[in-house]
Write a protein of this length. Sequence first.
Length: 619
Amino acid sequence: MAALTDEAFGIDKRPLHDLLRQVADGRAQLPEFQRGWVWPHPNITALLASVSQGFPVGTVMTLQSGGDVRFKHRPVEGAAPPPGTEPETLVLDGQQRLTSLFQSIMLNKPVATQDVRKHRVTGWFYADMRAVLDEHTDREDAIRFLPQDKILKSFRGEVIEDYSTREKEFEAHFFPLSCVLDPDEWESGFEEYWDLDKEKRLLWRAFEKAFIKPFAHYHVPVISLGKNTARQAVCQVFENVNTGGVSLTVFELLTATFAADEFDLRRHWDKEVKASWQAPEYRILKDVSNTDFLQSVTLLATAARREDAVALGVTEERLPRVGCKRKDMLELRLDEYERFAPLVVQGFKRAAKFLHQQFVFDTRFLPYGAQLIPLAAILALAGDDAQSAGAQHKLARWYWCGVFGELYGGSTETRFSHDLPDVVGWIRGTSGEPRTVEAAEFAPSRLLTLRTRNSAAYKGVYALLLKAGAMDWRTGEKAEITGYFDESIDIHHIFPKVWCQREGEDPGRYNSIINKTPLTARTNRIIGGNAPSEYLVKLAKSAESTPEVVHGHIRSHLVAPELMALDDFAAFFAARKAALLARVSAEMGKTIVDDGTESAVLDEADVEALETAELVEAY
């Protein structure tokens, strides 16, 4: 983000009553991305107490309107400026405080707020005049929040306190905060009620000095951002000063920006984009977020800008970059979104079909959700060029290099910006292998550290087993069919964990994916903790078939059943490892040489620690 210069913002102090008048007449409004007002009445009481004592209550930050970056805006809650009123400033920070003060001391209506349990309540704020002047009473205790009818009742409905008329306010010395900026009328009524009693007039003068004048003289520090402040700077500044726990997303900011041109981005996302892939065949897309979608759109938009610059003869070093970082997304124009969003919708739908062809059907076993972003953009930009057999083969190589090279964890926007031109150029034959393909490496020993589905490569191996035609050992049904209709399919040990522990096998080996495969829950129950030689017989009996048929089902998992029948874990392990490496090598299009190096023997505690680390990394 570009730094803000001294000229880009100013700092001064403004009278509180002036700021609230600007709120009332609409000169100060909120950008649409500001969330709703949520302060409970104890917070408002504390704020009012601070102002009444001249204590600082923080700064307000505003953005001058009228710049190139426009936002849809709305009045502060409770304000009702004339329809069509254009604001002079937008409040970026201080909304809760300004709204609380506006509603409680200027609106002259009941304040709709919350109690400490977040239940909605409506009422008025009052100052107990005598409590204010009592030096032993905390100022917050001198300010009361009364219900809308200004009557306090017991749980039996009996009236305890009643301030429902001006006369009852005067009698109780209860001053309404809604009059604090214009107290003359209330003061006259108070003095008249007490027949100009000298003691009451002295009490009023003391109260006015101690409580009312601080409101009249209160100044608020205001940081004003200039109207030429860049959109990404507004976003960053807003997040820096709003520490309530929920970050402002790019989607929210663009929603407010596009709304200024009467385009409802949120509705388009909900009704046009997400709605287009609700069919069961697109269930792999269910976790695609609005930000993911915007990143794909931005990749296409920035690629188009670069292509236009090339056509104009712009030199290489001055060409705009292809990218989808936060800054790039915030610079996305509405016309670009409207141009590329439909293409990206089709790109994601084609991505779902491509993943089905790679035997990735469910988000639980999607190696990298992030890889969908460049995949959709590639398929959108390449169009029909990506549909030939040769193009699909190249696309699959790029995809599996990304998965088994584990290149899409962490910050990936730079890789996305390379993927789009690299892969599209490779598909069209105008460039060589993409950088992702060149960079991808898979060490054979990595198979031994794949123990849970929290890693992308683990999910990748699962997909390759389905692609190899893995069948259920008992029924012979293809695993992807079982998985589609039966959620009970999962990855289980081939040599059971209990058996391996009993035989003293290395947990670092028997807990790795080399000793695991997708099986139904029923098949896994038959396996139990038995030796393979025992459960193979049980499987054949349960399947009402021959051992040879069951062995055929097992071979579809790249497993040697004859070694299982001998309970030879070492031989089985070496053969399965070689078979899996051959599959990974074929999908990546790279030669993988296994030098036999394996990690040191791990005990159960080591394995548990590694699995926990993988889980933390996944989230």
